[in-house]
Design a protein around this ligand. Structure first.
Ligand code: AVJ
Length: 318
């Protein structure tokens, strides 16, 4: 796609999400809109925050278990959903190419820019590795390349937590259908823990997560014509919903908002004190997650946590 075509399709897709989400109760928007260039940079900053443990915890597990994962799966190709900059993935790639073995890496991401840049660097760093980046989102998987039975599909970072229950079920069904017998899924999932630590991870002292959340307003105003929408009218909020076992990220209106979306021909009103929900981040119980995978036809092979028991990786066979 050309840059101009990309811009048009971006606008069309955002407008569809705005239509579907803003007039519901509560108003919602899918978290994928966080990740423009600035949002992606802010997310990278989040992963280095003292309060945000998931990235470090998952990296710890991968550093310790990657060789075991490659041995248990016999994988010759790694397909990674939402690969991004593929930093932690290097642990898996090291194991996959150990002893000079050749392997295939297929990073899948919605951001072509990030994808191609990361792919170029990986080709330099891993001479024996074939890198085949593919633009894809979590809702439509392309037909997977690589030898059937020798594929490892990784979905890391805890992004599975962004899905509502039903969307998660749809996702697991889709993944199971995309894989062949002998292929494996490697799933990163954040675990339930102390409320204070969970909230702090999404409402950090330095205010980076607040900038990340508020950046969404800029993404909207830049992508579709709208008047009356201003990031100064919102404050960031992170709340733990015990019953649904999830963190909710919200943008709470500090004054009455009337936003005219001329691109979609509708006016959106949000009263002072009400909020727009921008992300859910579900936290899991390891046994329940295992049962859920079994319910979708997967055969759990192993599950690991970091030393502190904060985050999990589950390996399951199709
Ligand atoms: C990238 C979806 C795993 O839910 O923890 C981080 C995104 N949002 N801080 C998460 C996020 C706010 C992150 N995921």
């Amino acid at each position: 796609m050309s840059a101009a075509e990309l811009e048009v399709s971006n606008r069309t897709e955002l407008e569809a999400d705005l239509r579907a989400g803003l007039w519901s109760d509560p108003a919602t928007l899918p978290p994928r809109w966080f990740y423009d260039e600035r949002g992606s940079r802010l997310f990278d900053e989040i992963t280095a925050l003292p309060e945000y443990y998931p990235t470090r915890a998952e990296h710890e597990i991968l550093a310790r278990r990657s060789h075991e994962i490659v041995r248990l799966t016999g994988a010759r190709s790694l397909h990674e959903l939402g690969a991004g900059t593929a930093t932690k993935t290097r642990e898996l790639l090291d194991a996959l190419t150990a002893g000079g073995r050749s392997a295939l890496y297929v990073p899948l991401d919605i951001s072509e820019e990030v994808l191609l840049e990361a792919a170029d660097q990986l080709r330099v760093d891993y001479p024996g590795l074939t890198v085949e980046p593919a633009v894809a989102d979590f809702h439509r998987l392309p037909t997977l390349t690589g030898e059937p039975g020798g594929r490892l599909l990784a979905f890391l970072g805890g992004t599975i937590g962004n899905f509502e229950e039903e969307a998660r079920a749809d996702f697991l069904r889709m993944v199971h259908a995309a894989l062949d017998p002998g292929d494996h899924l490697l799933l990163g999932a954040d675990l339930v823990k102390d409320r204070a630590r969970l909230v702090a991870a999404y409402d950090d002292e330095a205010g980076i997560t607040a900038l990340f959340n508020l950046n969404l307003v800029d993404v909207i105003t830049r992508t579709t014509p709208v008047s009356g929408l201003d990031r100064a009218d919102f404050v960031h909020e992170a709340a733990w919903d015990e019953e649904s076992s999830r963190i909710e990220m919200r943008l709470r209106a500090v004054r009455d908002i009337t936003a005219d979306f001329s691109g979609i021909g509708r006016t959106w009103r949000l009263a002072a004190g009400e909020h727009l929900r921008t992300e859910i981040s579900r936290k899991f119980d390891l046994d329940a997650l295992r049962d859920e995978l079994v319910g979708h036809g997967f055969d759990p092979v192993a599950a690991w946590t970091d030393g502190a028991g904060d985050f999990s990786l589950t390996l399951a066979r199709v």
